[in-house]
Design a protein around this ligand. Structure first.
Ligand code: NDP
Length: 486
């Protein structure tokens, strides 16, 4: 029989008795000097860190990324330097709107956050299971998310709030269509695709830049839950997706995704924009496969469950700003907002030195003059805590790591694209990809919440469906009538 280690206080002092508090007499009261009791209760009160405002409920696992195809012509990032090269990874999947205890099967986008522990620092690709997003400007994000959360007075979720926002921001229609399609309720985390979603850039060793979109195609096959089954599981097994992922990895049924890339030069994007009218950096749009085919890159496999959920999953803090040399950002306004917001959220939620925790720490040496703050685990030892003016980084030329300059156009202003930009064609394209049954499910899934919204909101939203495809609007109207007749 294995011997259990003796219980100690957090300072390592053996605990004399972990079951009986020190009391004055057999019936009490208790004595303040029972420090073990006090420490135990105090620590218990402090167990929770702030819940993520979005993506609160999630599951994580470690894995491996393996390069299968050479993309070193596009990027000098060392993780892609040779076919067969492997990089350790961590992934966290999540729902978005629900609280930490909410059901895994709710209709919601799924977070698809990936970390690659490269020899040049951590690369975080913080995406979703959808290739597009609801909005294209981060200034709208807090408002949008509030509509997905709870009414400030009733503390209830509100279809009226959601569709009030969406109907006044028709740029959302593309992702609203995906959300209410069958893919809005994926069957766990293994049976869905992932997308970097934003347009990012890659830079090669000649200092040339291409723009890219990352895709992760599930090898398990796409599998979705019907709205009815998702609803049943929300009650019967709210942790369905966590159970599925943890269980599969536990029995060595390791989930894998094929990593693929859409690639475009600046000139190709300019030509495409002139032809389609779509801004290639607009997060509410995709790059059609016909215009930018998927190129194979590698395989992403998850093969190890974390030992401790709080330490490794709850405290995991990703940021899209974590891009290694050979990678860069893009003018995508939502990406620009997230470059700030994710790191800021981690500073608030986990702390100043969140990158010191094992799940967040780089697995390569790191040196800078950041010092002190709460929980400074790697505090630089005796090394100088200041840099002098001649100190250089790895490659100070260009915006980041030797990339070419970014040409800008236009004056500084607030640009409102409503009525100018095409928010309907791609939503219609998605609608037209759906099977007959897929379309009917979309109509029925929309009719539920739309039957609860105010008349003016409903009319506005129906008008958007009509513009995407007349059959879309007609189908939702028919589903609403059928519902009202029930
Ligand atoms: P394609 O015909 O080349 O691709 C259609 C895409 O739609 C495929 O990626 C397919 O994924 C996906 N899809 C199929 N059924 C559904 C569904 N029920 N719900 C959501 N997605 C589905 O067309 P385009 O590239 O020209 O894009 C057309 C539309 O497809 C876009 O407007 C976009 O909404 C959607 N789409 C496009 C993607 C892209 O990056 N181009 C990615 C995902 C969706 P799969 O191969 O897994 O079946």
């Amino acid at each position: 029989m294995s011997q259990k280690p003796p219980i100690s206080t957090a300072s390592g002092i053996p605990v004399a008795d972990n079951q009986n508090s020190i009391s004055a007499g057999a019936r009490g009261p208790l004595l303040l000097q029972d420090f073990h009791l006090i420490e135990k209760l105090q620590h218990f009160n402090r167990e929770r860190i702030p819940e993520r405002v979005v993506h609160a409920k999630g599951s994580g696992a470690y894995g491996t990324f393996t390069v299968t195809h050479d993309i070193s012509g596009y990027t000098k990032a060392k993780l892609f330097s040779e076919v067969g090269k492997q990089t350790a990874t961590f992934a966290r999947f999540s729902t978005v709107g629900g609280e930490r205890g909410s059901a895994d099967t709710e209709r919601d986008p799924r977070g698809f956050a990936l970390r690659f522990y490269t020899e040049e620092g951590n690369w975080d690709l913080v995406g979703n299971n959808t290739p597009m997003f609801f909005i294209k400007d981060p200034i709208k994000f807090p408002d949008f998310v509030h509509t997905q959360k709870r009414d400030p007075q009733s503390n209830l979720k509100s279809a009226n709030m959601m569709f009030d926002f969406w109907s006044k921001a028709p740029e959302s229609l593309h992702q609203v269509t995906m959300l209410f399609s069958d893919r809005g309720t994926p069957d766990g985390f293994r049976h869905m695709d992932g997308f970097g979603s934003h347009t990012y850039s890659l830079i090669n060793d000649r200092g040339e830049r291409v723009y890219v979109k990352w895709h992760f195609k599930t090898r398990q096959g796409i599998k979705n839950l019907s709205a009815k089954e998702a609803g049943r599981l929300a009650g019967d097994d709210p942790d369905y997706a966590q159970r599925d992922l943890f269980g599969a990895i536990g029995k060595a049924d390791f989930p894998r995704w094929d990593v693929k890339l859409q690639v475009a030069t600046e000139a190709q994007l300019a030509e495409w924009e002139a032809r389609t009218g779509w801004n290639p950096f607009d997060l509410t749009k995709v790059w059609p496969h016909g215009d930018f085919p998927l190129k194979p890159v590698g395989v992403f496999e998850l093969n190890r469950n974390p030992d401790n959920y709080h330490a490794e999953v709850e405290q995991a803090a990703f940021s899209p700003s974590n891009a290694v040399p050979g990678m860069g950002y893009s003018p995508d306004k939502m990406l620009q907002g997230r470059l700030f917001a994710y790191h800021d959220a981690a500073l608030h939620r986990v702390g100043t030195n969140h990158q010191h925790l094992p799940v967040n720490a780089a697995r390569c040496p790191f040196h800078n003059q950041q010092r002190d703050g709460a929980m400074a685990i790697h505090n630089g030892g005796a090394a100088p805590n200041y840099a002098t003016v001649e100190a250089a980084g790895s490659n100070p030329v260009g915006l980041g790591h030797g990339e070419p300059t970014l040409a800008l156009e236009g004056g500084a202003a607030r640009y409102d694209g409503r009525g100018v930009e095409d928010d309907f064609t791609q939503a219609g394209n998605l609608f037209r990809v759906l099977t007959q049954q897929g379309r009917q499910n979309l109509f029925d899934n929309l009719a539920g919440p739309l039957s609860q919204v105010d008349a003016d909101i409903l009319q506005r939203q129906l008008g958007h469906f009509d513009k995407a495809d007349p059959a879309y609007g007609a189908g939702v109207r028919a589903a609403l009538s059928a519902r009202n007749a029930m």
